[in-house]
Design a protein around this ligand. Structure first.
Ligand SMILES: [Zn+2]
Length: 497
């Protein structure tokens, strides 16, 4: 038996991801169902954290005392492993009708699955035979029934986790029995994406049974990128997302293979996944993924949907590092944060969840101008480089993470390395309302600590209190469609007008 290790989840998003629920649900669960969530004492904003071991214990308690469907995270073997037979937790195997909604890329390769069919019983005939024949038939029938009974009692249940051994993906039930296996055509690795799991269990089609998403990097032997400046030839991962039914059928797979042209130069794969999230889609879920290129800058975002297949959502001339989702009174939006290379600035793109494909705004006559005809996204923000970022000689100004709370969200930016911290970063914090109004822009404590040190060393000639970076919010730029770049006004100033 493996030790179940605990890890810390540092935001509502991480807790929600771990439980495979949306943030609102887990916030509600904390209020109404005693989900164990802790608060950072004296935190400037309401920072929360949770331990996976405590959440597992909570899940286990709920599983034992209710019939409510319980989310099973990626390595969710802990549910039902305590000796209970776990039958009440089993979820019915997917029905064949779930397979009728393949994505266009769907491949019909069959997995090695234990047969679901119960051995057929011979039809009974009116007994016109000798009693011993009847007795023999009854004995055979009894044996068959016993066999079927044994099989029913011992067949693997619904998978709660998967593991990868070489090319072989194995799905395990809550008794640690292999439920099914699938062999990939070439060597693969699970793709690790910061803040997201490589394997997600989710009901994508909304039919009540869960699908299993497995995010992989294909190991391409002798891969030779076509770009003239490969960073490390042959080593660029090509991501792929596989979607299996609970009983091991490959429903579809998506392998990013777009060819994008910027200022006459063409970029094609291999593409690697930089983030993946699930969003509500009707009764099911849609998958949003962002992909990066080995030259770092061209990135794109797609939406994958059981009904509509894959839809391009954003072409961005710069890295997209993190995705988020929120809903306001006007609809659902996907946030994509990262960098805009043409402006050398951290960026936030807001994509309407059903909007037409968009491209990042770029200046003409630069290598970053996309040759397609897409309009800019619903909203696009450039977040300014701070003074210490520029003094530190850093090259890439990035938005690194999104923190989405019930009525606000934050974008964090990379403002340089912290020479006083062990590999820590200096961070910028941009807070927005759910309607995408900028509320505040600020820099972290480590930033001001370093600022004061540099004042003493004579490298900065003004006090922190007079630093122009106190007014970072005034340097944020927002693209208004059909108008151009503006400085967004804080909501208070808007209201005063
Ligand atoms: Zn300053």
């Amino acid at each position: 038996m493996k030790e179940v290790s605990s890890r810390r989840l540092d935001s509502w998003k991480e807790i929600a991801d771990y439980l495979d629920r949306d943030i609102r649900t887990v916030i509600r669960w904390e209020k109404t169902k005693e989900l164990p969530v802790h608060r950072v004492p004296g935190g400037q904003r309401q920072s929360v954290f949770a331990y996976t071991a405590e959440i597992d214990g909570w899940l286990h308690g709920r599983a034992l005392d209710s019939q409510e469907e319980v989310a099973v995270p990626e390595n969710g073997s802990r549910i039902g492993t305590s000796g209970s037979n776990g039958k009440s937790l089993q979820i019915a195997p997917a029905t064949a009708s779930a397979d009728s909604r393949h994505l266009p890329e769907a491949a019909g390769a069959a997995a090695e699955i234990p047969q679901e069919a119960i051995p057929a019983l011979p039809a009974l005939r009116p007994a016109a035979k000798a009693p011993w024949v009847t007795a023999a038939i009854i004995a055979v029938l009894a044996a068959l029934v016993a066999g079927a009974g044994w099989w029913l009692a011992h067949r693997p249940g619904a998978p709660v986790r998967v593991s990868l051994a070489g090319k072989r993906l194995i799905a395990w039930d809550n008794q640690n029995q292999a439920a099914w296996q699938y062999e990939f055509p070439q060597p693969v690795e699970l793709r690790r994406v910061p803040g997201s799991d490589s394997v997600l269990f989710a009901d994508l089609s909304g039919d009540g049974s869960r699908e299993i998403l497995v995010l992989l990097d294909l190991i391409l032997e002798n891969a030779t990128p076509t770009h003239p400046l490969p960073l490390e030839p042959g080593k660029f991962p090509q991501s792929a997302l596989y979607c299996f039914s609970e009983n091991g059928r490959l429903l579809w797979k998506y392998q990013p293979d777009l060819k994008l042209s910027f200022a006459g130069h063409s970029f094609e794969g291999p593409w690697h996944t930089t983030d993946m999230i699930l969003t509500p889609a009707g009764r099911g879920r849609a998958v949003w993924m962002s992909f990066g290129h080995h030259t770092w800058w061209p990135n794109y975002v797609v939406r994958l949907d059981a009904l509509r297949g894959s839809t391009l959502a954003l072409v961005n001339s710069g890295a997209v590092l993190t995705l988020g989702y929120l809903k306001n009174t006007t609809g659902g939006y996907v946030l994509a944060a990262g960098m805009n290379n043409g402006y050398n600035s951290a960026m936030l793109a807001v994509l309407g969840e059903n909007a037409a494909p968009a491209a990042s705004p770029q200046e003409p006559n630069t290598p970053y101008l996309y040759d397609g005809t897409h309009d800019p996204p619903y909203r696009y923000f450039l977040l300014p480089r701070s003074e210490l970022f520029q003094l530190g000689g850093n090259s890439f100004h990035l938005a690194t993470s999104l923190v989405i709370e019930p009525d606000r969200f934050q974008v964090h930016t990379f403002e340089g390395r912290d020479p006083n911290g062990n590999g820590r970063y200096l961070e910028g914090f941009y807070e927005f309302t759910k309607d995408f109004d900028l509320v505040s822009a600020s820099l972290g404590d480590a930033y001001w600590e370093l600022h004061r040190q540099m004042e003493k060393q004579g490298k900065i000639h003004h006090a922190a209190a007079q630093c122009p970076d106190r007014l970072m919010a005034k340097r944020v730029l927002e693209l208004l469609p059909d108008f151009g770049w503006v400085t967004p006004k804080p909501p208070a100033e808007r209201a005063a007008n």
